[in-house]
Design a protein around this ligand. Structure first.
Ligand SMILES: CC(=O)N[C@H](C=O)[C@@H](O)[C@H](O)[C@H](O)COP(=O)(O)O
Length: 541
């Protein structure tokens, strides 16, 4: 189904997509910015949501509002181009989530929106398009009055009461219920997998105890209202006009009048020009508004990108913009064939997690089942392959459908057989690459066996050429890697060359990079203990 517009609201907890004119909806995974390339992760999440919504074919204007939308113009361009390619969009409008929150809450496009969830950010937009962002400093340095600050104040009060440093509070029982009885509360929270979320999760208990008139909890809520009022007042002042509409959104306001009443009271003195109004809609409504209407007052808050008609080739963009891993990266191939005791998605996902912890920048994985398992466990781009036939002929991702299966499972790039051997079904390499670019929007790596195949694969549109199949298409398999082929390809091709196949040592991988490799893939030597054991045992016998 083609779309005339697509609106996206994405953040750490998930990504929501709606498209018009027929309001199809889709969901994608959330993303965080601590691992991997955020552009690749966000693009993959958008692709998954678009598939969930059943979108195919060209889209008109796309608006993406993202938590932590990349700040660097270069990253925004990479993201804009990548999303335009994935959705075949005419135009991509990128902005931070606070912008879509504003456009959703205040459809006239001016006034102040205070968004308070775990963190706090407040955006003032003037009728002339001027704007001011207030707070949004993160839990360590800002976010005054947000869920983290409230939860932290509640837990601090519990610890103070336990020590006798502070007054008794009913928050103690609430904390025991949520985090367990007895001493060690502080340690349990410090050791939680996501301490910020764990602490923010206590904010609803603080509101509940304030509703029951606990004086400690009530004082925390009043203090939060005061902090939020100062934030709003700074934003309102920036607009320099009377009668500024102020809408409050975010989970902290699920407490209703408990927080709104003291906030209103504080604002009466701190910002009498502020007029609290209920938000008209949510952030996804705002993204719809920004995908379907002229940017208007939001023009200065959006970055606009236009995608090429087909997926960009390396000449049209920079290498770094295209590939989901940086130069000099070590990619780890996590594959185990039937007969290997580690065969199966659970072992491969653990293997990939170990590789990620060791510094791998991407994972090469075989088949949709393993790809999906690895994507759900490891926050790294996945180079997907789909081995479907016997190794005597073309067997690595031989058809478009084989590539589509791994991309739908979450692969951010695909590798396909790029040898000059006859292809099953009689299609050409160029046709397969063209269809992958156009319909799946991912870069393609061609696995080749010699220089001629590498040159032909690049001419056929491959974005990257890899030496994966050197030594596997005739004659005995050599002992070591084919570094000469890396050097020959790197000297001939205008695209990245990836070294792959029988790399076992630090010397091997360094030699590949010295020979001109953009990155190196290592499989067996890291992820196949059975093969390593066989090799070493043989050396002794
Ligand atoms: C020829 C073939 O089927 N190669 C496969 C391609 O995905 C894998 O079996 C290899 O493990 C991978 O290329 C990594 O190479 P090595 O495991 O030698 O580090």
């Amino acid at each position: 189904m083609t779309a005339t517009w697509v609106a996206v609201d994405g953040g750490q907890s998930g990504l929501r997509l709606v498209s018009g004119p027929d309001r199809r909806v889709g969901k994608g995974p959330g993303f965080d910015y601590s691992h991997g390339d955020p552009v690749a992760t966000i693009t993959a999440a958008v692709r998954i949501a678009a598939q969930d919504a059943g979108l195919s074919g060209p889209a008109g204007v796309v608006c993406l509002g993202l938590t932590g939308c990349p700040a660097e113009p270069e990253d925004r361009t990479r993201l804009g181009v990548a999303v335009a390619a994935v959705l075949d969009a005419a135009e991509v409008r990128l902005c931070e989530d606070m912008v879509i929150a504003h456009a959703g809450a205040l459809p006239p496009g001016h006034g102040v929106v205070l968004a308070a969830g775990t963190g706090v950010v407040c955006l003032a937009v003037g009728e002339n398009g001027s704007y001011r962002k207030v707070d949004g400093g993160g839990h360590l340095l800002g976010d005054a009055g947000g869920g983290f600050a409230i939860g932290r104040a509640g837990l601090t009060a519990v610890l103070a009461a336990a020590d006798g440093r502070g007054p008794a509070t009913t928050l103690t029982a609430a904390a025991e219920l949520r985090y367990g009885l007895g001493p060690g509360l502080a340690q349990r929270i410090h050791q939680a997998p996501a301490p910020v979320a764990t602490i923010a999760a206590f904010a609803p208990e603080v509101f509940a105890e304030a509703a029951r008139q606990d004086p400690v909890a009530s004082a925390i809520v009043t203090g939060a209202a005061e902090d939020l009022a100062h934030t709003v007042a700074a934003a309102v002042r920036a607009l320099e006009r009377d009668g500024v509409p102020v809408a409050c959104t975010g989970r902290v306001f699920e407490s209703g009048e408990l927080l709104l009443a003291p906030l209103r009271e504080q604002l009466a003195t701190l910002a009498p020009e502020a007029q609290l109004v209920p938000p008209a809609g949510d952030p996804l409504d705002g993204a719809v508004r920004l995908a379907t209407a002229a940017p208007g007052t939001y023009a200065g808050l959006l970055s606009v990108h236009h995608g090429p008609a087909v997926f960009p080739t390396v000449e049209e963009t920079t290498v770094d913009a295209l590939l989901p891993f940086p130069p000099g990266a070590l990619l780890v191939s996590c594959q185990a064939q039937p007969g290997n005791p580690l065969h199966g998605p659970a072992s491969m996902a653990r293997m990939a997690a170990a590789a990620a912890a060791g510094g791998a920048r991407a994972i090469r994985a075989n088949g949709p089942v393993d790809v999906a398992a690895i994507r759900s466990e490891v926050d790294l781009p996945v180079l997907g392959i789909n081995k479907v036939a016997l190794p005597e002929g073309v067997f690595i991702t031989p058809s478009f459908e084989d590539a589509a299966a791994v991309v739908r499972a979450g692969a951010t790039m695909v590798a396909i057989d790029g040898t000059t051997r006859p292809r099953p079904g009689g299609g050409t390499l160029a046709a397969q690459i063209r269809q992958i670019h156009r319909e799946l929007g991912v870069p393609v790596m061609a696995d080749v066996d010699n220089v001629a195949a590498g040159v032909a694969a690049r001419a056929a549109g491959a974005d990257v050429v890899a030496t994966t199949l050197a030594g596997y298409t005739g004659g005995p398999v050599p002992e070591g890697p084919d570094i000469e082929l890396v050097a020959a390809l790197a000297g001939r091709l205008d695209c990245p060359v990836v070294a792959e196949g029988r790399y076992r040592s630090a010397e091997d991988v360094r030699a590949a990079v010295d020979a001109g490799a953009y990155a190196v893939v290592v499989g067996t030597a890291i992820t196949n203990p059975m093969a390593i054991t066989t090799r070493l045992a043989k050396a002794l016998s």
